[in-house]
Write a protein that binds this ligand. Structure first.
Ligand code: SAM
Length: 282
């Protein structure tokens, strides 16, 4: 009998992956965690039935979340990741010897432990000496922190369940305070395509825009996420991902990347007309 994993991408569209094996299933204190092996995407895991990371396409998401801010401000030394329990964001950031410290705050320790077991390549750098793991709510962690981080990455689930607080104005205000003057906030900003994601995309961008002097959106192509068209937010107290982009300095580092490159960096901030219109009068 054929086994398929199916995720609803909208009320009227579903996405299915043919499964070799359902490797692991558990209910943690926070969410339902499942790991699968598949024919097309290799191993992958889901939280509450939504695909988080697959072996085949995770490089796209993690290249874009890490290298876009690093190529804008090569002096980033102190980083905070909120969520990101699979370790992919940490793995990409640890490739920069200039980074001195990475605090990762993941609410659910079980996500980290399962990824270390079933997705060891993604989780491979969680034991880097510069990485400090905190198993806490990221919303609480950023309260009362001032002028500490050069980069905050919100590598979160969708705004339902434990991730909800990571999409609030209060949280973004605390991120603003926790950032240094040249600090950058990168956040998982949903997708413009299907109605649920599009609504959340507009909501979070509106909130961030009301707090940060500079707030932009950039896009990438993610085959296993709803519609395949996904977005990150880039916000700062002034540093601009295009005007302050340092392609020569980034190229000098000689990092090999499978998705990110200096042309993708520039192109990713050019948005389709329908997305520009959705973001225009927020
Ligand atoms: N790449 C993924 C995606 O967009 O589908 C997200 C990566 S990662 C697995 C998301 C993580 O955020 C999950 O492990 C979840 O436990 C964590 N998370 C959700 N809410 C959180 C919170 N309030 N504080 C810290 N971590 C949180």
């Amino acid at each position: 009998m054929e086994l398929w994993f199916t995720e609803n991408h909208s009320e009227g569209a579903r996405f299915s992956i043919k499964i070799k094996e359902h490797i692991h299933s558990e209910k943690s204190k926070f969410q339902q965690i499942d790991f699968f092996d598949s024919y097309e995407f290799g191993r992958f895991f889901t939280l509450d039935g939504y695909v988080m990371v697959t072996e085949k396409d995770e490089f796209i998401y993690h290249d874009m979340i890490a290298h876009a801010p690093m190529a804008t401000n090569p002096n980033i030394k102190n980083v905070l990741i909120i969520g990101g329990g699979d370790g992919g964001s940490v793995r990409e950031l640890t490739r920069y010897s200039s980074i001195e410290k990475i605090d990762m705050v993941e609410i659910d320790e079980r996500v980290v432990r399962c990824c270390q077991k079933y997705l060891p390549i993604t989780a491979s750098k969680l034991e880097d000496r510069r990485v400090n793991l905190y198993f806490e709510d990221g919303v609480k962690f950023v309260e009362n922190k001032e002028n500490i981080y050069d980069l905050i990455i919100v590598d979160s689930t969708d705004p339902i369940g434990p991730g909800e607080g990571l999409f609030t104005t209060e949280f973004y205000k605390n991120c603003y305070k926790a950032l240094t003057n040249n600090g950058i906030l990168i956040n998982q900003n949903e997708s413009p395509y299907y109605p649920f994601n599009a609504r959340e995309m507009k909501r979070s961008h509106k909130k961030i825009k009301s707090i940060f002097p500079l707030s932009k959106i950039y896009q990438f192509h993610m085959p296993t996420y709803g519609s395949g068209h996904w977005l990150f937010g880039f916000a700062s107290k002034g540093i601009d991902p295009i005007k302050d982009f340092k392609p020569k300095e980034w190229l000098k580092l000689g990092l090999k990347t499978k998705y990110y490159n200096i042309d993708i960096h520039k192109g990713a901030f050019a948005l389709p007309t329908y997305v520009q219109e959705m973001l225009k009068n927020l």
